[in-house]
Design a protein around this ligand. Structure first.
Ligand code: SAH
Ligand code: SF4
Ligand code: F3S
Length: 478
């Protein structure tokens, strides 16, 4: 179940927008009460990578007799897969721990484990500050979970936060949690070798490594055979995907991987996230153009529209480079949608520099953006080098300006779609009515339309757009 009240995501209006986004919150579980099994309950915070990891964790736990449950009360093990990206994300997890503490008071046998990025960032500190925590497990240590849980059951307090240069969980077949049975995530790489000065991910996720391509294609094929019709290839910087067969020297880059995955079946749509402007090549764009089933949508976070700030952020591109990349997309993929991530109030940002970010939103015509005010993270380059000197109210005001502008730009973008007909993959009932379906077009816009006899989630339909809001296209099946 996805919660509408989103505590960690600023600037997101609806869950539909949040689904493919940077930070959201999800509670997992399949049917409860599998007799004879132990149960785990897991909550995931943060990016899609974490949700995908929770599905790997579910698979590893399944092998040792743990079934997922939605019902915390009947669980033997409570896991929280955490995010450190902004202070607020960490605060949210700390609030949840208070709830778990109550649960543990009622049922002392229950074990509580911290997984993911906050586990990695705070390591053993957890055991010192939170007496409630029995397990602390970093993102590369999930294979060790059965052993760690065993230790916890014997009364130990267990930690494994070792990062790996090789681990990709390539051979683990994820257990799809809380799935709509139509769209799924596939992790294609882990970690990040960029050092954006504001970002904690390289510290919590370690070095970048790419997963072997045949296991990715096999996972996509398996999903297709199970009825899924869309996969999203996940990585912090998918454009730097690279793999080399150590025996044959055969190589694959991201464009090659896209083409291989697109070949699984014409009715399996391929999406990916996230693209980095410095690495996104024309080869990728041409591959997208050559395959109808690679969705014409690129999430290309700009972070700031000002070159001085971009340099301080260590993004390794400037405003002009970014604009050139957008122009390439427009040239090679004229009907593609572009979305972005934006940070307001980064260290020393002036009003004029903030205006450059706003003018970029306007110029690029983003279909949507995830927007955040800068949150200093301990240990990052920015925390060490630059003063976090923009007052909170200024950061927030700049954020509201960016959100208001993006809303207007998004609405304008959507208005341009009125009268067009799109091929839409039906995902589920719309959140407002069980008389309507919703699903996305290739450009990733959420389309809502009245149901028609015989249609079901997983079907493709042609939908003609009649009306729009800033977040949704409303239409009817042709
Ligand atoms: N790998 C992706 C981003 C992952 S984090 C990329 O490079 O684009 C998702 C988003 O969170 C980032 O794009 C950035 O906009 C935001 N973010 C990261 N660190 C932040 C911080 N310290 N304060 C505010 N926002 C941050
Ligand atoms: Fe963080 Fe930059 Fe890596 Fe994205 S590319 S995860 S923002 S360091
Ligand atoms: Fe958060 Fe870790 Fe993802 S810090 S955004 S969960 S990689």
């Amino acid at each position: 179940m996805l919660y509408d009240a989103n505590p960690t995501l600023e600037g997101v209006k609806t869950i539909d927008e949040a689904r493919q986004g940077s930070v959201f919150f999800k509670e997992y579980g399949v049917l409860s009460n599998s007799p004879g099994l132990k149960h785990f309950y897991i909550e995931s915070y943060g990016c899609a990578m974490n949700f995908s990891d929770s599905e790997i964790v579910a698979s590893i736990l399944g092998d040792v007799g743990y079934a997922p449950t939605r019902n915390m009360e009947e669980s033997d093990l409570i896991l929280v897969n955490t995010c450190s990206i902004r202070e607020k994300a960490e605060e949210t997890v700390r609030k949840r721990l208070k709830v778990f503490a109550l649960m543990k008071r009622a049922r002392p046998g229950i074990k509580v484990g911290i997984l993911g990025c906050m586990a990695e960032r705070l390591k053993k500190q957890w055991l010192e500050e939170e007496k409630l925590v029995d397990l602390v497990v970093g993102p590369d240590a999930y294979r060790d979970l059965p052993n760690l849980i065993g230790g916890a059951e014997e009364g130990g307090r267990m930690v494994n936060v070792l990062l790996s240069r090789e681990e990709t969980y390539a051979d683990i077949s994820p257990v799809r949690l809380d799935s709509n049975g139509v769209t799924g995530f596939i992790s294609i790489m882990r970690g990040c070798d960029n050092m954006c000065s504001f970002c904690v991910v390289p510290f919590t996720r370690g070095r970048e490594r790419s997963r072997e391509p045949f296991s990715i294609v096999a996972e996509a094929r398996d999903l297709f055979e199970k009825g899924y019709r869309e996969v999203t290839l996940l990585g912090q910087n998918v454009d730097s995907y690279k793999w080399e067969n150590p025996e044959t020297g055969e190589r694959a880059d991201f464009a090659d991987l896209l083409a291989m995955t697109a070949a699984v079946h014409p009715d399996l749509r391929i999406r990916f996230s996230t693209s980095h402007p410095k690495d996104m090549t024309d080869k990728v764009l041409h591959t997208m153009a050559a395959h109808e089933n690679i969705c014409k949508y690129i999430h290309l976070p700009v972070q700031s529209g000002n070159s001085r700030i971009l340099e301080m952020m260590n993004r390794t591109y400037d405003r002009e480079w970014y604009m050139e990349r957008v122009e390439s997309i427009r040239r090679i993929l004229p009907d593609a949608a572009i979305s972005s991530d934006i940070i307001t109030g980064f260290c020393s940002e002036t009003e004029e520099e903030h205006q450059d970010t706003l003018s970029m939103v306007e110029w690029a015509g983003y279909s949507m953006s995830y927007m955040f005010s800068y949150s200093e993270r301990p240990g990052t380059l920015a925390a060490r080098k630059y003063a976090d000197d923009i007052p909170e109210e200024v950061k927030k005001r700049r954020l509201s300006e960016a959100i208001a502008l993006q809303r207007a730009v998004g609405l304008r973008y959507n208005q341009g779609e009125i009268g067009k007909t799109f091929r839409v993959l039906i995902e589920r009932d719309s959140s407002k009515s069980d008389q309507e379906f919703c699903g996305r077009n290739s450009q990733n816009s959420m389309c809502v339309f009245p149901k028609k006899e015989g249609l079901k989630p997983g079907d493709y339909v042609m939908v003609r757009i009649k009306e729009v809001t800033s977040a949704t296209l409303l239409g009817e099946v042709m």
